[in-house]
Write a protein that binds this ligand. Structure first.
Ligand code: SF4
Ligand code: SF4
Length: 445
């Protein structure tokens, strides 16, 4: 892997790694589950229409629900063989903050979760045109596996419309505890790289980059040769947090800057991750539907930390129980920096890369701002975060917009460093939602 000189960014912090418990743990199947509650809206769009009835037995990969054409949703497939017990509601993360309800299909009498098996290529994607590749991605109900979940076929269509020239696979994963993408690249590097090549073909990007943490390159030897074969640049970067945030990675690797509230597509750059790439390869080339997610379960309250292959719809409570997690502590869905506290009814879906069990004292009661300035000093978006906190407390979204709230990249540094333990990232996220409700995206800059 090359480590050429790239720019950096102002702000940001060095976080503790805290990955020893799982960094060398091979991915394993989660264990026997009592039930799955498979969400019908993994994408924040109208739910897919069920195609099964209560009492019916379904096989693994059978279609459970069909998306309406053009509404942004994806088709839903059975993650395991089992019996349809009925319909219910589950909780999924809402980007950038909070939770949302989703309708779901409950499956019981489940087959066991299998380990990741070998696959054989059955579709010659190298000679397929980009339209057929995108159509195949749509047929498999693929989504992006990042924090903000979208239909992958729709994301590709937007990337093509934006005429992207660069595609970056972001495997920086530089928040504490989480090693799920690291393990995917270490164990399935060839598949991740081939998936990235498929996505490059589908989007039309010609400058394709695999970006990894410079401390982990020894583990990625299996990815280097395939990357060279497909003309992919493997680049290792220093780990200052939040270099894995899309805006920072694009800035460092391409020197392009998306304006406040804009995405990489607006500056000709698409960004993906190891989980999306691997799922793309397995479905497009080998016909294996994406029905599970690799989830790191770690933290001081977890008796058996692991990287687990967890089917979509598994309850967070069941996964915590299977790993011997003390649920009296702070249970977090996602990263320690940007994740949210687990509530009842949470299930694993496409964006769930981690479940953390942390000691309770990390979740403390906020006190008033003492004007220390640490939040602004470390903010990579160079925002006056204390002023934004005032805007939140005084209910002033218009002032927050003037203070640049839309440039926030949801990195969580402000909340992490604040000695008053104010939930600053969540507050700025709520201000952004209030601003977006009033202002069309075209007028944001
Ligand atoms: S305001 Fe946004 S970008 Fe700045 S530190 Fe907080 S979460 Fe990060
Ligand atoms: S870090 Fe917290 S206490 Fe310090 S200025 Fe920012 S909001 Fe106030």
């Amino acid at each position: 892997m090359t480590r050429p000189r790239f720019g950096t960014f102002t702000g940001g912090i060095d976080l503790p790694d805290d990955k020893d418990a799982t960094i060398d743990s091979p991915i394993e199947a989660v264990g026997r589950l009592d039930r799955l509650r498979v969400p019908l809206s993994p994408v924040q769009a109208p739910p897919a229409r069920p195609t099964v009835r209560p009492g019916q037995y379904v096989s693994r990969g059978e279609k459970l629900a069909e998306a309406e054409a053009g509404d942004g949703q994806v088709d839903i497939f059975a993650p395991l063989a089992g019996q349809v017990a009925g319909f219910c509601k589950v909780m999924l993360p809402q980007y950038p903050a909070g939770w949302r309800r989703s309708e779901a299909i409950e499956l019981t009498d489940l087959d066991t979760v299998r380990d990741i098996g070998p696959v054989t290529e059955i579709f010659n994607w190298q000679s397929a045109d980009k339209h057929s590749v995108r159509l195949r991605i749509a047929e498999g109900g693929l989504t992006t596996f990042s924090r903000s979940i979208a239909s992958l076929a729709d994301y590709i269509a937007s990337a093509r419309q934006a005429k992207v020239d660069t595609l970056i696979a972001n495997v920086m994963e530089n928040t504490p505890f989480i090693t799920s993408d690291h393990r995917l690249l270490a164990e399935y590097g060839g598949e991740v790289v081939r998936g990235l090549a498929i996505l490059a073909r589908a989007t039309g990007a010609t400058n394709v980059i695999l970006a990894v943490d410079h401390r982990r390159t020894d583990a990625y030897r299996g990815a280097v040769a395939p990357a060279r074969f497909y003309g992919i640049h493997s680049i290792s970067l220093a780990h200052k947090y939040p270099i894995g945030a899309e805006a920072m990675l694009i800035k460092v690797l391409t020197r392009r800057r998306a304006g406040p509230g804009r995405s990489g597509l607006d500056v000709g750059v698409a960004v993906t991750d190891a989980a999306t790439c691997r799922a793309t390869y397995r479905w497009v080339a080998c016909g294996e539907l994406p029905t599970a997610r690799v989830v790191t379960v770690a933290g001081s309250q977890v008796a058996r930390p692991a990287n687990l292959l967890v089917p979509f719809g598994a309850g967070a409570d069941e996964v915590f129980a299977l790993t011997g997690t003390d649920t009296e502590g702070g249970l977090i869905y996602g990263s320690a920096m940007t994740g949210r506290q687990v509530v009842g009814g949470v299930v694993i879906s496409h964006g769930a890369n981690a479940l953390l069990g942390l000691e309770p004292q990390r979740l403390t009661t906020p006190t008033p701002c003492i004007r220390c300035g640490w939040c602004s000093d470390n903010c990579p978006a160079r925002l006056n975060v204390a002023a934004l906190n005032d805007d939140f407390e005084l209910g002033r979204p218009a002032a927050a917009r003037r203070h640049g709230a839309m440039a926030c990249i949801d990195c969580g540094i402000c909340s992490y460093v604040c000695p008053a333990r104010l939930p600053l990232m969540q507050r700025v996220g709520l201000l952004k939602e209030a601003i977006l409700e009033e202002i069309p995206k075209a007028d944001l800059t």
